[in-house]
Design a protein around this ligand. Sequence first.
Ligand SMILES: Cc1cc2nc3c(=O)[nH]c(=O)nc-3n(C[C@H](O)[C@H](O)[C@H](O)COP(=O)(O)O)c2cc1C
Length: 352
Amino acid sequence: MTSGCAGAKNLAEPLRIGDVVVDPPLVLGPMAGTTNRVYRLLCRRGGAGLVSAEMVSINALAQGNERSLRMLEVWEQERPVSMQLFGSDPKMMRETVGQAVEAGADIVDINMGCSVPKIRRNGAGVALMSEPDRAAALTAAAVESSSVPVTVKIRSGMTVDDRSYVELARRLQDAGAAAITVHWRAASQKFKGEANWEPIARVVEALDVPVIGNGDVVDPQDAPRMVRETGCDAVMIARGAWGRPWFFGQAAAALRGEPVPPDPDIAGRLGVALLHAQMLVTEIGERMAMHQMRAQLHQYVRGLPCARIFRQDANRITTLAQLRELIERHVATIRTARDDEPIDRQVYAGMA
Ligand SMILES: Cc1cc2nc3c(=O)[nH]c(=O)nc-3n(C[C@H](O)[C@H](O)[C@H](O)COP(=O)(O)O)c2cc1C
């Protein structure tokens, strides 16, 4: 692992990508099915400096697919927001990238990391990493047609021994990418493997544009550790902030070398979950929102007492009223007494 490459660097120094200021240098990673504008807003309020939307297909945009067009919708209060596109055809990228910009994207990101078979089979996502000419052409097409900065999210190659990602990152930089995000895992590792941030450090060393490090930042102190060990310019957090939108405020404190605020107590955590559900109902209606909330609720109770029982009950709810009742019952049963002011009361006051 490289060390000391961050030198006397201020770990909390805001990142600039073109005109976009990412302050603090902490990015909510894209998560399909989760990082819609409701969750993005919660994470911005929770302290993220930049939030990423779920990936959207350029093929679907080219066909005017309504669901994909809705996925591009942005709220002013969540900005800056990065909109992620996936696809493999440079011509189609040229034709559709403007739609993301018009919808309000501050940054357009290209997905070159997704290893889902359906996406790989179409030559998109991580498949582009073994086609550097196409990857560079796709990036150049987006850069030429976009009025906002274009970034690319990659993995550390197809297999653990594959080092071609460093050269690919260089080519993407030459094609005009304004920053590169590196998820340290190779495609063959899927989500497995003990964290090894060395690939991030290798890309940092090779590039002039900023590098955003990603993968397994699950404790607030992991954020400064990743910056120190790799020299990356910002940290992207996906699963670590899933069901924990306040995580960014905690990681920001860690970057500044300040005491990390405690997690909200159980009432605070489930209060944020309820707010999440209420906002989602307004967006997509009660039935769909409650269905989508199940997976989210599983995350909100991670590590809490009686999480298993809560999850079983959460799988059966179909209305917001049932969810409120479930939360009230659960909190009353296992409420933990705490004197300190929960972080959610400070951050989320007045949002509902
Ligand atoms: C449910 C889920 C959905 C994801 N969807 C996307 C996506 O749409 N685009 C993308 O580039 N990465 C996606 N990822 C990968 C994450 O952005 C991130 O790179 C990965 O989870 C490693 O970071 P983490 O350890 O902070 O979670 C997804 C991950 C998860 C768990």
